[in-house]
Design a protein around this ligand. Structure first.
Ligand code: ATR
Length: 270
């Protein structure tokens, strides 16, 4: 039995153990996956202890994703650009670090929701860690245009500079969206966690547009409600992204890609 774990603080409500147990059953993989509460000042030591005990890999969540980046010996480009690591794999030659959040998002949008990003006008709201992690995977899906808007415009501009030469990103001021239309609007802000939503102008959603919130909850999120009111054809929360990032981590560890649909259904039913 190979051991894996998710480390974070807090960790009690993590869905990762249930997700990976479901993937393991589905793919006939003999693994054990636990949740570890990492002390705020003891992330490295905690990871090392788990590795010494025979652990094969870990998921990393808030607030340790940046520390995990520093811990990894080798990094994927998408993790380096995200400046955050959510997946560690303990290899014979060192610690491998990746970030599967962005590809989890893109797979959920393109595969589950059947929305092809290629050639579409895409707007990302936010310029924090969640937005940064999604830029490369979204850009690689080939949108016609990728625009970032953030409450603090300077952070959006810093993001554009960071991706210069890698992904073409346009920055607009918050009040600069009037008269523009998008096929896909992704909420990567934490505004909804406070029950708020970024103000969007009428007409922002093109016909057939999808509004995707990276956040999820038991009820429709404030962003989803606002998007519906503004005429978005389809809205989705980010539960599928959560399952998607987990599936890509599982693939990095086990070399098999689980089918996410039944596992998402399991979560939605619980
Ligand atoms: P995360 O890792 O979740 O992205 P973060 O790095 O703290 O967290 O970024 C939070 C994002 O939500 C930022 O884009 C932030 O905007 P600012 O850069 O202007 O702070 C955005 N955000 C948070 N609360 C918001 C609110 N009430 N209205 C609009 N944007 C908000």
């Amino acid at each position: 039995t190979d051991r894996y774990a998710v480390i974070g603080n807090p960790i009690a409500h993590s869905k990762s153990p249930a997700l990976h147990a479901a993937f393991a059953r589905q793919c006939n993989q003999d693994i054990r996956y636990e949740a570890i509460l990492g002390p705020l000042d003891g992330f490295r030591a905690c990871v090392e202890t788990f590795r010494q005990a025979g652990g094969r890999g870990m998921n990393v969540t808030v607030p340790f994703k940046v520390e995990a980046l520093a811990l990894a010996d080798t990094l994927t480009e998408r993790a380096r650009l995200a400046q955050a690591v959510n997946t560690l794999r303990f290899d014979a030659d060192g610690i491998f670090g990746d970030n599967t959040d962005g590809i989890g998002l893109v797979n959920d949008i393109q595969q589950r929701l059947g929305f092809a990003i290629g050639g579409k006008r895409v707007l990302i709201l936010g310029a924090g860690g969640a937005a940064r992690g999604s830029v490369l995977p979204v850009a690689e899906a080939g949108p016609a245009r990728l625009v970032i808007v953030n409450r603090t415009q300077a952070r959006a501009e810093a993001l554009r500079e960071q991706f210069a030469g890698v992904a073409a990103v346009d920055v607009e001021p918050c009040d600069g969206l009037a008269g523009q239309h998008f096929d896909l609007v992704i909420n990567a802000t934490s505004a909804g966690l406070h029950g708020e939503s970024l103000p969007l102008p009428a007409g922002i959603f093109a016909p057939g547009a999808l509004a995707y919130d990276m956040v999820y909850g038991n009820t429709e999120t404030p962003f989803m409600a606002a998007a519906r009111a503004l005429g978005a054809s389809r809205v989705s929360d980010g539960l599928g992204m959560l399952v998607g990032q987990a599936a890509e981590s599982f693939f990095l560890w086990r070399g098999v890609r689980p089918d996410t649909a039944p596992v998402l259904q399991m979560l939605q039913g619980s």
